[in-house]
Design a protein around this ligand. Structure first.
Ligand code: PMP
Length: 404
């Protein structure tokens, strides 16, 4: 297989023209956008901007075609059976809130159990806690084993008849740990539970085939997969969506409104109240098209090789621990330091043009389990190169020398 052409691909990202020395290793927070995405959004605004679904004029039809066309292309990328299984949201957070508020409030009863792993981002914990408070259900953590991955035996023991939903990340945003999704989804389904996968960190690397995955819900954000901010997707199977009530009210989501009672539109529109993120949806479809034009296995191999090069270079530095080092991980390296504070390290790295993330990364329970106040995270994407990694390692070595 040909190696991934990261150096050439970097030229497609205008941010590096404005910041030629930027070593951007904060891709798990958000990725930069290729020209294909910027052009698609701009082209939409220039040629087809109007509100969707109701205009009687030609621009309204053009906007609707662009928006619904984006839905179809995203469904194809996900290998969804139907385009109407793709619901546009503001991002992963809103997608999970939609599932929790619509499916959760309709289906959860006192005593029901929601399982969420200790790896989860707050976005896949707090919405379930809120709906649990309203319904009398309880949220229980799926514990981790010593390797920092989910403990399958503990998960098996938690899968009782009361479990209605299992909330799992495709890839930990904090440590990059990849839970054993397939066996966990199969076990959860066999126990009669629904499964929601938080794909915010998964989709950009390994990609996803929602039908092969076998979960009930898959949520992701555009901005972490080379697309725009302000748009994300909740995918769910058609049969499931058909029985889910609306969660936000307004225009677009209704069938007929009267003060005597209102009826609601079919999915996906039932879940898309108000003007949707139209240009952003077009941009997201362009981002997924852009990804589909590349050799995905080569991209993942490239990102993984960058992570491994970074981690190999860390071996010559003292007082650093790689979190979750002994288990399967995506292209993310999270570090704990013995003698220095991660915030200080990140500040110094910024002085060398190296952008990393520091803190708890919205994964409080994981950091409590790790016994850390914070960690430092480097995360890799298509446009990163070996030179980025080497510069980051050199900056880190100098920083540790200065701080120690
Ligand atoms: N889940 C995971 C695993 C994430 O990494 C993030 C973003 N950090 C989110 C959920 C929330 O995504 P957003 O802020 O785009 O809604």
């Amino acid at each position: 297989n040909a190696p991934f052409p990261a150096v050439r691909i970097r030229d497609e990202f205008p941010v590096f023209r404005h910041h030629p020395d930027l070593i951007y290793l904060d891709n798990a927070a958000t990725t930069h956008k290729p020209l294909a995405v910027l052009d698609a959004e701009r082209d939409f605004y220039e040629t087809a901007n109007a509100n969707v679904h109701r205009a009687a004029h030609r621009l309204g039809s053009a906007a609707t075609d662009a928006f619904e066309g984006a839905r179809h292309r995203i469904a194809t990328h996900l290998n969804a059976a139907h385009a109407d299984e793709v619901i546009f949201t503001r991002g992963t957070t809103e997608a999970i809130n939609l599932a929790a508020n619509s499916w959760g409030r309709a289906n959860l009863r006192p005593g029901d159990v929601i399982l969420a792993s200790v790896l989860e981002h707050h976005a896949n914990i707090v919405p379930w806690q809120l709906v649990a408070q309203q319904t009398g259900a309880v949220v229980r953590p799926i514990p981790l084993g010593a390797d920092g991955n989910i403990d399958p035996a503990a998960f098996g023991a938690l899968l009782t008849a009361e479990v209605r939903l299992v909330a799992l990340t495709h890839c930990s945003n904090a440590t990059g740990v990849l839970p054993p999704l397939q066996p966990m989804i199969a076990a959860a389904k066999a126990a009669g539970a629904r499964v929601l996968i938080d794909g915010a960190q998964g989709i950009a690397h390994a990609g996803v085939d929602v039908r092969a995955l076998g979960a009930d819900f898959y949520a992701f954000s555009g901005h972490k997969v080379y697309g725009p901010t302000g748009v994300g997707v909740l995918w769910a199977r058609r049969e499931l969506l058909a029985h889910m009530p609306p969660w936000q009210g307004g225009g677009e989501m209704i069938d007929r409104v009267s003060f005597d009672g209102t009826t609601f539109a079919e999915p996906p529109f039932r879940f898309e109240a108000g003007t949707p993120p139209i240009a952003q949806a077009v941009g997201l479809a362009a981002a997924l098209d852009w990804l589909d034009r590349h050799d995905r296995p080569a991209l993942l191999a490239h990102e993984t090789a960058l992570r491994d090069r970074f981690e190999a270079g860390l071996q010559s530095l003292d007082g650093i621990r790689i979190l979750g080092a002994g288990t399967a991980r995506g292209p993310i390296t999270a570090l704990a330091f013995d003698r220095v504070h991660p915030y200080d390290v990140a500040q110094f790295l910024d002085g060398y043009g190296v952008a990393v993330r520091v803190g708890q990364h919205c994964a409080g329970p994981l950091h409590q389990w790790l016994g850390l106040n914070g960690s430092l995270r480097a995360s890799f994407a298509a446009y990163n190169t070996g030179a980025d990694v080497d510069a980051a390692l050199a900056a880190l070595a100098t920083t540790l020398d200065m701080l120690a």
